[in-house]
Each structure stands twice: as C-alpha cells, then as structure tokens.
Design a protein around this ligand. Structure first.
Ligand code: MF3
Ligand code: CO
Length: 250
C-alpha cells in the first residue's frame, strides 16, 4: 500500500531524516584507517539513542546491527564486524532511524584516506546518478522516470547497475510500496503524488553488475570483485517538486 503523509507525519519524517543526516556527520571524522566497523556501529547506536532515535535496522528480520557497513566489493548490508578499515578502502554507511514511529533512511559512501581514481570516479558518478533520479521527483511523474534517469546516467558512465535491490516507499515502515528500481522505462509505473515519501538508492559497480549473497544471509558482494558505491536519500514529493528529508549537513 502506498501511503500519503499528513503535515504532522511529514514533520516527524523531517525529524527522523535530520537525525540520519546528523548521525552521518557525527560518524565522518571516525572513518579512518584502524577503526573497526563494529566500533563505528557502537558509536552510531549511542549517538542515535542520545537524540531519542531508534536504530530501526537492529533486529529487523534478525539483522544484528545499527548500521550496514559495506566495504569495497560489498554492495549493501555488510554486517559490522572486527574488520579494521585501511587506507584506500571505500565504505558505505547505510542507516535507518525511527523517531516517534516514523523512519528516515540514507546511505553515503566514504573514502578511507587516499583512494584510487577508479573508486573516486565510481563514488562521484553514483552520487550524481542519485541526483539524476531526484530531479525526476514531482507530482505526475512516474517511478519509471526515476528508474530510467538513474540507469541512463549510470550506464552512460560505464557503471554497472545492481538490479537485485531497489529503493522503496518509506513512512511508519522502513520499506513501503512502491518499489523504486534503478533501471526501467520512462512513463511506466506508479504515478507520484504530493505527500508520498520514497527512497532512491542507486547501487553501482565499477565492473559488471552481477552480485551474490554471503552465507550470513545479508552481505551482498560483486561477483567480479569490483568496488561498489551506494547513495540513498529519503525524499518527499511536494506540490511542485520534492524535498530531500536527509540533507547533507556537513
Ligand atoms: N537502507 C537499507 C534498505 O533500504 C536498510 C536495510 S538494512 C536492514 O534496505 F538490515 F534493516 F534490512
Ligand atoms: Co533504503
């Protein structure tokens, strides 16, 4: 079911989104060689709880942590562990925070020290692909317009578009309808209406688009070992366009 949010609900989703933005900002200076992904997770959980937020991923379908920490060839849902970040890594931090029953969700990829040009290229164009999708968010446009804009941008920059995972609606639940794929056909799919809130989240690879899942039931990696990047925003459809509810505050 697709939900249309009231003014009151939108206000709570703005708060939840800002908590996500603030937590990303808080974590950034800790993302350095030597720290473990588990330590980042602990910092995030404490910070989120100190703001009165709830780390929604923790316990969701048995997921054990606050953050998803996806390093290099891990595309999404990397579980925080004792891996120590090293110079040259890239890491995607993805988190969902609940506030008074409403969710905010955003993922950004970070560099650890100096990274090679391929990784820089991948990150730059994955973020730009997200904004190509965001530009399509306005009443009357369709999910296919977003999907097609992301895919066209990504493929014209020779990046692989992971198809197994999608963006989604969001509200009281972290995953609501509609699905928001990163590939598709213009003019097709659900029509956007004022008051809908969706997450757009391109997951792009520097190599081929194929992925596999580890035995842990979560971690998704590229089959060819190429690095992946992932950027996600929570976005409200407004009267004549959209509002990003998880703006970058750094
Ligand atoms: N942002 C992720 C998503 O949209 C969060 C899911 S992590 C989970 O899929 F562990 F909670 F599933
Ligand atoms: Co999401």
């Amino acid at each position: 079911m697709i939900t249309i949010k009231s003014e009151r609900e939108i206000e709570l989703m703005r708060e939840a989104g800002m908590m996500v933005s603030r937590t990303h900002k808080y974590l950034k200076p800790f993302i350095k060689a030597g720290i473990t992904t588990k330590e980042l997770d602990k910092l995030a959980e404490e910070y989120i709880r100190s703001m009165g937020g709830v780390p929604t991923c923790k316990g969701y379908e048995g997921y054990p942590a606050t953050l998803c920490t996806s390093v290099n060839d891990t595309v999404v849902h990397g579980i925080p562990n004792n891996y120590k970040l090293k110079n040259g890594d890239i890491i995607t931090i993805d988190m969902v925070i609940g506030y008074k029953g409403y969710q905010g969700d955003a993922a950004w990829t970070y560099t650890v020290g100096e990274v090679d040009d391929d990784k820089k290229y991948l990150m730059e164009h994955t973020e730009k692909a997200l904004y190509e999708g965001v530009k399509q968010v306005k009443p009357g446009n369709r999910i296919g317009d977003i999907a097609n804009a992301v895919q066209t941008y990504a493929e014209s920059h020779n990046l692989g578009v992971v198809r197994e995972l999608c963006g989604h609606g969001i509200g009281q639940e972290m995953h609501e309808d509609p699905e928001v794929p990163n590939y598709g056909i213009k003019g097709v799919g659900t029509k956007l209406k004022e008051g809908m809130v969706i997450c757009i989240e391109p997951m792009l690879t520097f190599g081929r688009r194929f992925v596999y899942q580890l035995e842990d039931g979560w971690t998704v990696k590229t089959q060819d070992g190429s690095p992946a990047a992932h950027y996600e925003h929570t976005i409200l459809v407004t009267k004549d366009g959209c509002e990003i509810l998880t703006p970058r505050v750094d």
